[in-house]
Design a protein around this ligand. Structure first.
Ligand SMILES: [Zn+2]
Length: 268
């Protein structure tokens, strides 16, 4: 990947948009216009805005196309318009500074407030389907929110949305979990925060955690319908996941039992 290195300090100075926005383009959120002292490039998609730091125009345009598609994917599930804001820093270190975190391990993009921050080095390594899946996943976090939810529900929901139209077979997208199931081991409980701790020590366990969460949400959509999954997500945000599950006649224990059956059926 060719990338001009320019780690400018994140200064609060105005920058000029690269081109006049399309008539129906989203208004660029105020914060995004003040990200960098120099070298910021703003590209408008049909529904998205991409802000890059010293990034080639061509790459940002491709990202805007992908962001438009990801936005449609997320919007199709949530049932309301989604207008993606994608920020492309010059490096992973700059991405970490923007997100206000110490370091970024193994992430190709992350949701940060109302925007998706792309980690350029790792994002560039993904194939085309992977890029679309990652963008739709993070955009789901941005659009649907993650507060007040168990991690299996918001990570699983984001993967449900991002894999929904990806064309990937379930055994391919959940390869690590499928290998585990084929060797006779079923997960015992829905994955919690410890399973998602992305400390890089056990990438296979981390991959399985996402796949377990994904299949929990996929089970709910298959069994009760996608609209019910979306409603459950909102109900859980408003009143807690136990109450939201109870409305479907489920408890954490019965969901776990039925999810384990589903995982075995889908992957064995
Ligand atoms: Zn996520």
């Amino acid at each position: 990947m060719s990338r001009r290195v320019a780690v400018a300090s994140i200064a609060l100075l105005a920058l000029a948009p690269a081109a006049a926005p399309a008539p129906d383009a989203p208004i660029l959120p105020q914060e995004a216009r003040y990200l960098w002292r120099d070298g910021a490039v703003v590209v408008h998609g049909a529904r998205s805005v991409v802000v890059g730091h010293h990034a080639p125009d061509r790459e940002l345009r491709e990202l805007a196309r992908r962001a438009d598609a990801a936005g449609q994917r997320v919007s199709g599930v949530l049932g309301r318009p989604v207008r993606p804001l994608i920020v492309v820093p010059g490096s992973a270190a700059e991405a970490a500074r923007l997100a206000g975190v110490g370091r970024i391990d193994g992430l190709a993009a992350l949701a940060d407030g109302g925007r998706v921050i792309v980690v350029p080095e790792l994002f560039a390594e993904l194939n085309s389907t992977g890029k679309d899946v990652v963008l739709a996943h993070e955009l789901t976090h941005v659009a649907a929110g993650t507060d007040h939810l168990p991690v299996w529900l918001y990570e699983g929901f984001a993967d449900y949305v991002s894999y929904r139209d990806s064309g990937l077979p379930v055994r391919t997208a959940a390869a690590e979990l499928a290998a585990e199931v084929r060797s006779g081991r079923l997960p015992g409980e829905l994955p919690g925060s410890a399973a998602f701790a992305a400390d890089g020590r056990d990438p296979v366990r981390l991959a399985r955690a996402y796949q377990e969460a994904w299949l929990a949400c996929r089970f709910l959509a298959d069994r009760f319908g996608e609209g019910t999954l979306v409603r459950l997500y909102r109900d859980a945000q408003a009143g807690g996941v136990d109450r939201a599950l109870a409305a479907l006649g489920l408890s954490a224990a019965t969901l776990t039992a039925r999810w384990r059956d589903y995982v075995r059926d889908q992957l064995a």
